[in-house]
Design a protein around this ligand. Structure first.
Ligand code: PGA
Length: 252
C-alpha cells in the first residue's frame, strides 16, 4: 500500500513571522500523528534552516523541501542555491519541473534533468512535476505532452535513484485557477503515468512510486481526488497557506 503524501507548495508567499506561525499551527494540528499520511511543506528557501529546526524540535514528523535548486553543483552562478546547500539547511525534498518554473523561468527538460541529478546526488528526494496546458488537453495531446516531460527527465534514472522520486501531475489549467481536474480525469492520467513507470522500471517500481495530484486541490474536493486508486496524495498551493485548509486536506 502506498502511504498518501500531502505536500504544500507555499511559492513566494508569507513573511517570516507568518511562515513560522503557520509551521507552528501545522505542528500542533498534526501533533506527531502521521500514521495515515505523510506531510511535506515547501516554504521559501530562505526559511529552510529555521523551519527545519522548528520541525525537528517539535518532533512533528512533517518533512521539508525547497521549491527549486540549481542545475549546477557550485561556482559562479549569482543568486542560485545548490542542492547541497538546501540539504545542509535541512531540506529532505526538492520540487523540480513546476509549471511556473517551466513557463516564467524557461526551464526545459535538459535543465530539469540536471536539477534532478543534482538533487539526487546530494540526497534530496525529488517531487517531479508534469502536466499539460489547456490547449494540449483541448487538442487531445495531454498524454503525449506528459509522456514527453516524463521521458526527458526520468527515463535515464537507475533503480536506486527511483527510490528518491515522487511524481506530481499538475494540469497547468488547474493551477491557481479554482478549476480542478475531475477525479476521473486525474485518475485517467495517473494510471497512464503509472503505466509509463511500469514500462520503464517494471511492476515493482510502478507499485510503489507515489503520484500526487496538484491543481486547485481544496478541502471540499480533496477526498474525491484522494479516493482514486492511482492518486497517492496532493501538491497544494493556495490551500496550503492556511492551517485550517491544509489540515482539512490532510484529514480528507
Ligand atoms: P494551487 O497550486 O493548489 O494553488 O492550484 C498548486 C501548485 O502550484 O502546486
Amino acid at each position: 500500500m502506498r502511504k498518501k503524501l500531502i505536500a504544500g507548495n507555499w511559492k513566494m508567499n508569507l513573511d517570516f513571522n507568518e511562515a513560522m506561525t503557520l509551521i507552528a499551527e501545522l505542528c500542533e494540528a498534526v501533533d506527531g500523528n502521521l500514521d495515515q499520511k505523510d506531510v511535506l511543506i515547501f516554504p521559501p528557501a530562505l526559511y529552510t534552516r529555521h523551519a527545519h529546526e522548528f520541525l525537528r524540535n517539535a518532533s512533528s514528523g512533517i518533512q521539508l523541501g525547497v521549491q527549486d535548486v540549481a542545475a549546477t553543483t557550485d561556482g559562479a552562478f549569482t543568486g542560485e542555491v545548490s542542492a547541497s546547500m538546501a540539504k545542509v539547511a535541512g531540506a529532505d525534498y526538492a520540487l523540480v519541473g513546476h509549471s511556473e518554473r517551466r513557463s516564467y523561468f524557461h526551464e526545459d527538460g535538459a535543465v530539469l534533468l540536471e536539477k534532478t541529478k543534482r538533487s539526487l546526488e546530494h540526497g534530496l528526494n525529488v517531487v517531479f512535476c508534469c502536466g499539460e496546458v489547456l490547449e494540449d488537453r483541448k487538442s487531445g495531446q495531454h498524454f503525449d505532452v506528459v509522456e514527453r516531460q516524463l521521458h526527458e527527465v526520468l527515463s535515464g534514472l537507475n533503480n536506486s535513484e527511483w527510490d528518491q522520486i515522487t511524481i506530481a501531475y499538475e494540469p497547468v489549467w488547474a493551477i491557481g485557477t479554482g478549476e480542478t481536474a475531475t477525479p476521473e480525469q486525474a485518475q485517467e492520467m495517473h494510471a497512464f503515468i503509472r503505466n509509463w513507470v511500469k514500462e520503464q522500471q517494471g511492476d515493482a517500481r510502478a507499485a510503489v512510486v507515489r503520484i500526487l495530484y496538484g491543481g486547485s486541490m481544496k478541502p471540499d474536493n480533496a477526498a474525491a481526488l484522494l479516493q482514486q486508486p492511482d492518486v497517492d496524495g496532493g501538491l497544494i498551493g493556495g490551500a496550503s497557506l492556511k492551517a485550517d485548509q491544509f489540515t482539512a486536506i490532510i484529514s480528507a
